[in-house]
Ligand binder design. Structure first.
Ligand code: NI
Ligand code: MN
Length: 231
């Protein structure tokens, strides 16, 4: 049993095992960190943590092109269905989807979920995070969130091989809270995300890795396009 984890830039990661790929927050087109565009990426399952453009990103186009199952919290899933996504599963925080080759659990995220256009703001329910288990490995993608006590419980209840933790501040946890989150979760590998894509979320991912290392935790700065084996 094994699985790989790939970083696509910003908060986009994909996990693959046995020829299947689950992609989280596929913000590819217009993502200054992404090295692969929408046309370069395949997926069997798409997980959207929330509707903000740097997370929902290309989910709808990717789902239409690939036929991948798109999972999101209820209102966003309904929205995506109305945009023509053929294969949608509406879920909510606490729920688990058993897809056979993968299990997907929705976790709490302290954040909003909306689509903002020039003349409207459409609220689309709650934001979430995801715990993805496939190939005998589990990864916890926190989504956009502030620090939450729930993270300690999640770490206690799940044997996590990796945690992807936002550190860029302004819209999410900052570096200090990200380190606290890494300690509370206690994953075998802590990976920073959601930094440096835009000027207001600048943070030093290497400091994050140094500081979690001082706490006895393994951390890793992934480069966009890099894919690692989860040991
Ligand atoms: Ni957001
Ligand atoms: Mn974001």
């Amino acid at each position: 049993m094994s699985a790989t984890l790939k970083f696509h830039g910003h908060s986009c990661f994909s996990m693959a095992a046995d020829g299947r790929r689950v992609i989280i927050d596929p913000f590819l087109e217009g993502n200054p960190q992404a090295v692969e565009g929408l046309a370069d990426v395949g997926a069997d399952v798409i997980l959207a943590t929330h509707a903000h453009s740097d997370h929902l990103g290309d989910s709808i186009d990717l789902a239409k092109r690939t036929g991948a199952l798109l999972i999101a919290t209820y209102e966003l899933a309904v929205y995506c269905g109305r945009q023509g996504v053929p294969n949608v599963r509406a879920m909510h925080i606490g729920g688990t989807a058993d897809l056979g080759f993968a299990r997907v659990k929705l976790t709490v995220a302290h954040h909003s979920s909306s689509i903002v256009t020039d003349d409207s703001i459409q609220m689309l329910g709650a934001a979430c995070g995801f715990i993805v288990t496939m190939g005998g490995r589990s990864a916890y993608h926190l989504g956009d969130t502030g620090l939450a006590a729930d993270m300690e419980l999640i770490g206690r209840l799940h044997d996590l091989d990796a945690a992807m933790i936002p550190i860029g501040s302004t819209f999410t946890m900052d570096l200090e809270d990200g380190i606290l989150a890494a300690k509370m979760i206690g994953a075998k590998l802590s990976i920073p995300m959601h930094y440096d894509t835009f000027p207001v979320i600048e943070a030093d991912p290497h400091e994050f890795v140094r500081r979690v290392g001082a706490e006895g935790l393994a951390g890793r700065v992934m480069q966009p396009g890099e894919e690692i084996e989860l040991p």
